[in-house]
Ligand binder design. Structure first.
Ligand SMILES: [Zn+2]
Length: 311
């Protein structure tokens, strides 16, 4: 994983090849000038887990991928340390979603310049629903939770690979990594499509509106108790409205998420007789979790199949 040790053999080769040329033209330029064209394994900074996962699949073990959001932390409210801001300043590529993590937006704007990649650029955004929680998304005109559709993850992989094309040391590996990621995301998408084809309950009642892309991809309608931000407290009026919806529509399961207090979902469940279950929005992995994006999405599929009357 160390970019320093891996970079040495490449540099040596370039330097040896350059000796003759330099001797011939009598120039004094130093070989392998990093500022002119990228060389060596890149260091990629990812704002939070799914972007780090996509980057790791694309670049493989030779490059360094740094995830700014530690396991168990709530991604929306991430605060950056000075060291992390420095990592953004030094990275070859910074992956982020504007409007999702304000602290990252600010650091990217100040430090990353044209090394930043908004991974949603090639993705058609869904509108962000607003339940009057005062949460606004100035930087992104839509719902930021794009990674919950596996096919969007494949697109993100392609975007990452495209940005690495000028770096000859990684371009071919990245192209293959992106193709492999696409294949695995398409397989996961097929698994979800088959597993949800015959569900009888099509309304997906979730604690925070992270699942818009997943719902749209597999024929569900997302009903969010709170808004886009998981910390937003729903008003009593909103709670009453959702409780009525649950009773009127035969909803049997209310989903809450791993990294946020299940209190609201439990209150609603107690009030309506519905059960609660975990649906992970994958904004980070739970602390100590052994598994990855694919296994969390497979766990999510099992929960949805159990909670939505799927046969
Ligand atoms: Zn969220």
């Amino acid at each position: 994983m160390s970019s320093v040790t891996l970079r040495l053999p490449v540099r040596l080769t370039v330097a040896l090849g350059a000796v003759t040329l330099l001797a011939a033209c009598g120039g004094s330029t130093t070989p392998a000038d990093d500022s002119a064209s990228p060389s060596g394994p890149p260091t990629i900074v990812a704002a939070f887990y799914p972007l780090a996962y996509a980057a790791e699949q694309v670049v493989g073990p030779d490059a360094t991928v740094i995830n700014l959001t530690p396991p168990g932390a709530e991604a929306h409210d991430l605060e950056l340390t000075p060291q992390q801001v420095a990592q953004i300043a030094d990275a070859d590529l910074v992956l982020y979603i504007p409007g999702f993590q304000p602290a990252v937006d600010e650091a990217v704007q100040q430090q990353a310049g044209d090394r930043a990649l908004n991974v949603t650029e090639a993705i058609e955004l869904l509108p962000a629903e607003d339940h009057g929680d005062g949460h606004t998304h100035d930087a992104l005109d839509g719902d930021p939770h794009v990674w919950l559709n596996p096919l969007n993850m494949a697109t993100i992989g392609d975007e990452i690979a495209a940005r690495l094309t000028p770096n000859a040391s990684i371009a071919a590996a990245a192209e293959k990594g992106a193709a492999d990621l696409r294949a695995s995301m398409e397989a996961l998408n097929d698994e979800w499509a088959a597993g949800t084809a015959a569900c009888t309950i099509r309304d997906l009642v979730v604690s925070h509106e992270a699942f818009g892309y997943l719902a749209a991809a597999y024929g569900f309608i997302q009903v969010g108790v709170a808004g886009i931000s998981p910390e937003a407290e729903p008003s009593p009026a909103r709670l009453a409205e959702v409780a009525k919806f649950v009773r009127d529509n035969g909803i049997t399961t209310i989903y809450y998420e791993t990294l946020v207090d299940p209190k609201v979902a439990e209150t609603l469940a107690a009030e309506t007789g519905a059960a609660t279950a975990v649906l992970d929005p994958l904004e980070g992995l739970p602390e100590g979790y052994v598994g990855d994006y694919v296994t969390v999405m497979q766990d999510n599929l099992a929960q949805v199949r159990a909670g939505q009357g799927c046969t």
